[in-house]
Design a protein around this ligand. Structure first.
Ligand code: GLP
Length: 255
């Protein structure tokens, strides 16, 4: 897509189409700075009467351990602020890992079970970390991993410290869906924008599949869509071909 705004609009339309086609969709949602604009667009589409979330269920990818929903850097707080309170999704249908749980392994197993009970995730929104992580699956995460506790890599802690009022109090532990959990979603949509994602995009899209670049596992997903702006796509060898394919999509594949 020419600009980050175009990329965000494409992703919002993909999610919107999913909800219109299947009003009781199960959405997998992501945090970070990248999807903020997508959530703003979804809220606008809802306000215009184009999207009804009353029957939608959502599962977020991850949460910090040791901070509760009232903490401004918690992902529950982020989701409430950026999306949930702006649309008509029912709060009891919005799931995030509980960073305050006393039983992390038990909670992780229950989270997996809740996804299964909901019928599995129809569309999983993803971003990518500078080191290639998806959710909080840091390099080296098993490509078959499930929801579990992870320790952040120093680069991720440094990248995300800006969201904490006191970066020295940032948790280094998180609960995250596993790579295997993400791969079970029926469709994955990864959004990456900006020059700070250029190198990692080239590695995960066109490099080898490797646990050391967890996003590269999407090469094995039967229905994965990678939405990029020009800056993030700048080092892709095959970008002309990707553009050609996009421009020649049959009408039924367009959003
Ligand atoms: C965090 C999240 C990821 C997200 C990544 C990229 O680490 N756990 O799900 O993809 O940040 O964040 P940003 O969009 O801010 O670059």
């Amino acid at each position: 897509m020419p600009t980050a705004a175009d990329a965000r609009l494409e992703v919002a339309r993909l999610i919107g189409r999913q909800v219109q086609r299947k009003p009781d969709s199960v959405l997998g949602l992501a945090t970070g700075s990248t999807p903020v604009g997508v959530y703003a667009l979804l809220a606008e589409m809802h306000a215009r009467g184009e999207l009804d979330f009353s029957r939608v269920t959502s599962f977020n990818l991850d949460e910090y351990v040791g901070i509760g929903p009232e903490h401004p850097a918690s992902y529950r707080y982020y989701m409430d602020e950026n999306l949930f309170r702006r649309i008509n999704i029912r709060r009891e249908n919005t799931y995030l890992p509980d960073g305050m749980t006393a039983d992390i392994p038990g909670h992780c197993a229950a989270y997996e079970e809740a996804i299964r009970r909901a019928g599995g995730i129809d569309l999983q929104l993803l971003g990518v970390g500078g080191n290639g992580h998806i959710a909080f699956n840091e390099p080296g995460s098993s490509l078959a991993s499930r929801t579990r506790l992870k320790t952040l890599a120093p680069q991720t802690a440094a990248d995300n410290a800006r969201f904490f009022p006191d970066p020295t109090k940032m948790p280094l532990h998180v609960i995250t869906m596993g790579v295997g959990t993400v791969m079970e979603a029926r469709q994955c949509v990864l959004l990456a924008t900006g020059a700070n994602k250029t190198d990692i995009v080239a590695r995960f899209v066109e490099g080898p599949v490797s646990a050391f670049v967890p996003a590269s596992v999407l090469q094995l997903h039967p229905n994965a869509v990678i939405v990029l702006d020009e800056a993030a796509a700048a080092k892709l060898v095959n970008s002309e071909y990707y553009r050609w394919v996009y421009d020649h999509k049959p009408a039924w594949q367009r959003v």
